[in-house]
Design a protein around this ligand. Sequence first.
Ligand code: HEM
Ligand code: HEM
Length: 355
Amino acid sequence: MEGSGSRSISTDVDYFRPTVYGLAASAVLTLLVVVGSRSLLHYDSALFGYTVASVAAFGAIVFRYAIWLQRPATRAYWRRGWQLFLDRGRIGGNFGTAAKTIATNLLEQRFIFKRSRSRWLMHLLIMWGCIFSAAITFPLVFGWIHFELEGARGYRAYLFGFPLQTMDGRGLLAWLTFHALDFTALMVIAGCALAIHRRLYDRGAIALQQFLLDFVPHLLLIAISVSGLMLTASSLWFEGYMYSFISLSHQALVIMTLFFLPFGKLFHIVQRPASIGVELYQQRARELPQAKCRRCGVEFASEMWLGDLKEVVDKLGFDYTMAGGEKLQDYCPRCKRILRGLAYAGLADKTDRVF
Ligand code: HEM
Ligand code: HEM
């Protein structure tokens, strides 16, 4: 057997297009801030720091995502995933598969539940705590949502300048609305506490974890949540004591986290949803024509997957061409092992006997 060697790995990364996409994304978000806040009429200039950081981080995330998509395997799944999804005759069924994957994997996170219930609870609290916090804070910061007093004790919420429903300022809905961030902060703190507890006591985790990758995200999220709760405590019970200092600390921590998003573990927030395409790929691959093993004739993988695999392996710089010109990937896993064993046995015959 020949050819299990490797060639030089192609490391060409195109930075130009990702830079253009990143800049375009930042420009679009800036435009949306201007339009959504009605030409900055409802924009609070005290939140300028948050806005600049969000615009820069959004561009950086898009830049990093575009770079990530250039990896041969990611690119193959991405392209094929979209191609399969947009397949005209199956678009209805594809929507169904995507909706099921979103419900079970993205929302319900069943695959984490299979690992352990406490890990699932940990992630549920962190993820939904952060999603709700983001859904409240970003629109407020960008001036997309604002509240106006209406009548003696009522408020009206406005979205992109359009009026929504009114609330009684002393009613339950108003109380829940104005304290929503306190609840999400408690969710995030509880989730991060569970995660840190696991990382301090689980031997498997201890063996693999790194401070920057596995602890810094939790510490940042806890710091943001605690500083947020301190803001509430300061205004509710301490007559605004140290409010501006805590507010600046909250802002600094949020900005640090936003800038950390494209580089650390939290990047999986935008990476993971792409698994919807992988799931569709795997499901369609089972239905498509199957490739037969060159040696034993058993069907072992779809022809589409095999073709994509050969392309990816080639782009990664590996050459598995065999003596007869065929590729090692054309054999089923069992025959691959047999071929390797036979190759080793043949090698022993050719080698001069030392003992
Ligand atoms: C706002 C959204 C999200 C946030 C803030 C978030 C945050 C986190 C954090 C902090 C961890 C590290 C926990 C640890 O290992 O100590 C984690 C782990 C993980 N996340 Fe997320 N995540 C989010 C969305 C998602 C989504 C959409 C998926 C996939 C569909 C996902 C999949 C995972 C997986 C598989 C792990 C490893 C969990 C384990 O320990 O078993 N996350 N996430
Ligand atoms: C894990 C995510 C976050 C949590 C748990 C959180 C929590 C909080 C809490 C509890 C408050 C106090 C609310 C009150 O006044 O009663 C607050 C205030 C605030 N948060 Fe956050 N926050 C988070 C992320 C963010 C992000 C991403 C931004 C901006 C993009 C942001 C911007 C703000 C602003 C502008 C205020 C008001 C600050 C002030 O009055 O000076 N937060 N946050």
